[in-house]
Write a new protein. Structure first.
Length: 187
């Protein structure tokens, strides 16, 4: 009878852990999904004002502040990363780089970049950590600063060169994975 009770206890514990993990993932995704629309709205507003300078400022200054505020509010590490980063702070770690490379392959195979995401529970030393990454596809308005060099205005090129002298984030087409929003959450 005792072995049966141990098996039942293990199954119950596993079910509770699984349900808790699902809740953690849902909460993480909800937080992540709130950031990109706010950034796009800021960029769109600046472009509608005729200010690509303001749009660049929104991406370079306001977006990191939004992520920092979300990180401060939650206690999680939240940031944007890219394989072709504009901001040197947006360089992916090994886990993020592997996910971004996987996203590129999946997008080339026909998957919708807007749906690409990865969730994994990993052990970092003695800490269990939830890793989440969500692809950020290139929107039409992003091409003003991230498109092919011949399609970016000289004014925008000059400001990007001044703000980001080692910029790699050009040459994208609409719909391509330009980067990702990533969350690292210690449990």
């Amino acid at each position: 009878m005792k072995p049966l009770l141990l098996v039942l206890a293990a199954l119950l514990s596993s079910s509770l852990t699984h349900a808790n993990d699902e809740a953690l993932v849902a909460e993480t995704k909800k937080t992540a999904m709130g950031i990109p629309p706010k950034l796009l709205a800021m960029v769109q507003t600046e472009i509608e004002k005729g200010s690509f300078s303001g749009a660049i400022d929104a991406c370079s200054d306001k977006a990191p502040k939004m992520a920092a505020q979300a990180s401060q509010n939650t206690g999680w590490a939240i940031r944007r990363v890219s394989l072709k980063n504009r901001n040197p702070k947006a360089t992916p770690d090994a886990w993020e780089k592997e996910a971004l490379q996987e996203f590129d392959k999946r997008a080339l195979a026909g998957e919708n970049p807007a749906t690409l995401e990865k969730v994994e529970f990993v052990n970092e030393g003695s800490t269990r950590t939830l890793r989440y990454i969500k692809a950020l596809p290139t929107q039409g308005l992003c091409l003003n600063c991230h498109g092919t060099p011949e399609n970016i205005s000289p004014e925008v090129k000059a400001q990007i060169a001044k703000t980001y002298p080692n910029d790699l984030a050009v040459g994208y087409r609409e719909g391509q994975v330009r980067g990702a929003l990533t969350i690292k959450r210690s449990l």
